[in-house]
Design a protein around this ligand. Structure first.
Ligand code: TXA
Ligand code: MG
Length: 362
């Protein structure tokens, strides 16, 4: 991409409305697809073309990425971006990640690309890494929450790649859940979360990684991990030749990283590995409907459900949000979780579990 972040789409918007389909009626010329249920389509070329037309018309399209499903809008269209915040019920000062097709697209959005950012992009893109950079002035305030930085990611999912390739610009895409709730890792989760607030859902099957991208920011020579995610801090340190700092130094703001987030209705009780079984057994004996979640199998007689990841932390990450949703569907009184080790993908899993367990006021 060349020029500013908006120019390519401005040129293409002129064509919206010439080939039938989504562009007549409703805001920015698109029809209401409305109702309580979004339209769900497969990943055929035709579906991708429909998704592009809807995006160009200012509509919201849920897209599979390798981490979680994103609620995508044209990042250069202020009305479309406003609809993302409305659909999610998200405060407007929580900035959005802009997804681009390749690192070549960075210069349209970022003023400066520090050498460490290029090294991380080379190593991990396309993939579950988000890089926060000084933004160009052309980037919408609505996308950045008024900050002077913009978060950028090149997703690896083939469907997201095809969509970005066909769209040609940047897609602002938060996770496709209602604010504060569990991120969706399947198309049906998106429908359950957002219903008719999303216009189109592209069903690309379950997400491979299952937790969101790792977010990094740059402060002089320092690299800070603002949110642990699909790329481990160990892998980042290997590329940089030194460790990244664990969290923002305070100078970089990541407004979405709240204490309570990713939260199911079911209360969670987090335990270190060897405490989970006795704690769950105690709650069962009190007559509670108990679920148990652990990395390796944990036997608890009388538990309503026991879920485990067969010792594989990648399976834990991939299944985590599905399990949290099932905990609600099972109407558990409590889900007792044995925390996985605090390393690799386990850091992101523990981070999400802590936020899922946190109750406001607790
Ligand atoms: O894996 C992911 O990152 C998924 C998929 C869809 O790409 N997206 C995602 O977006 O998790 P969202 O909006 O649910 O979380 C984005 C996080 C928020 O915590 C937000 O505060 C932070 O990124 N963020 C966005 N722009 C930022 C910026 N300029 N500076 C610091 N943090 C930023
Ligand atoms: Mg989110």
């Amino acid at each position: 991409m060349t020029g500013n972040a908006n120019s390519h789409v401005d040129a293409r918007r002129a064509h919206v409305g010439t080939d039938g389909g989504v562009e007549h009626g409703g805001p920015r010329g698109a029809p209401r697809t409305g109702g309580d249920e979004p339209r769900v389509v497969n990943t055929s070329h035709r579906s991708i073309r429909l998704a592009v037309r809807m995006l160009l018309a200012g509509r919201l399209v849920a897209v599979p990425t390798e981490t979680v499903y994103g609620l995508a809008a044209d990042a250069s269209n202020p009305d479309a971006v406003a609809r993302v915040f409305a659909a999610k019920g998200r405060p407007t000062d929580h900035p959005l990640i802009v997804h681009v097709g390749s690192a070549a697209g960075l210069a349209s959005w970022a003023r400066r690309i520090p050498p460490q950012a290029s090294r991380l992009a080379d190593a991990f893109w396309p993939g579950p890494l988000t890089i926060v950079l000084e933004r160009r002035r052309s980037v919408l305030d609505a996308v950045t929450g008024g900050q002077d930085t913009v978060a950028l990611r090149v997703p690896a999912h083939p469907v997201a790649q095809r969509l970005l390739g066909a769209f040609g610009g940047g897609l602002a895409a938060p996770s496709a859940n209602r604010f504060g709730r569990v991120s969706p890792t399947t198309a049906s989760d998106v429908c359950a979360e957002l219903g008719g607030a999303v216009d189109l859902v592209v069903d690309g099957g379950p997400c491979e990684v299952g937790v969101e991208s790792t977010i990094v920011a740059f402060d002089g020579e320092d690299v800070a991990i603002l949110r642990p995610g699909g790329v481990s801090s160990e892998a980042i340190a290997r590329v940089l030749g030194r460790p990244a700092t664990a969290m923002a130094s305070g100078r970089v703001r990541a407004p979405g990283t709240l204490l309570s987030h990713y939260a199911p209705a079911t209360p969670l009780e987090l335990c270190c590995d060897d405490r989970a079984a006795p704690r769950a057994a105690k709650l069962v004996s009190c007559g509670w409907r108990v679920g148990v979640l652990s990395l390796t199998r944990t036997e608890v007689p009388g538990a309503a459900v026991t879920w485990d990841a067969g010792g594989d932390i990648a399976v834990f990450a991939r299944s985590l949000y599905r399990w949290l949703r099932r905990a609600d569907a099972e109407a558990l009184d409590v889900l007792v979780v044995a925390l996985p080790p605090d390393e690799g993908l386990g850091v992101a899993v523990r981070d999400r579990l802590r936020r899922a367990a946190h109750r406001p006021g607790s």
